[in-house]
Design a protein around this ligand. Structure first.
Ligand SMILES: [Zn+2]
Length: 70
């Protein structure tokens, strides 16, 4: 498989993804495990899942999206 760090445009639910900082529409993605040791006691263990990160190719701003249940 090839390296997936190639920036490109994305759409989420019909909305074009635009960086709120610099206005760029070019992002690369990665998945990050939200490892929340210490949060379970606060009833936040729903955070123990993977989030989609969209990282602006211009300024490096990272947007986080939690996958929805169901
Ligand atoms: Zn940006």
């Amino acid at each position: 498989m090839s390296d997936e760090k190639e920036a490109k445009g994305f759409e989420l639910k019909g909305h074009k993804l635009v960086c709120p900082i610099c206005g760029s529409t070019q992002f690369w993605t990665r998945r990050t495990l939200l490892n929340t040791k210490g949060l379970t006691f606060m009833d936040l263990d729903w955070l123990n899942k993977e989030a989609d990160n969209y990282i602006c190719n211009t300024c490096g701003y990272i947007m986080w999206f939690l996958p929805k249940e169901g």
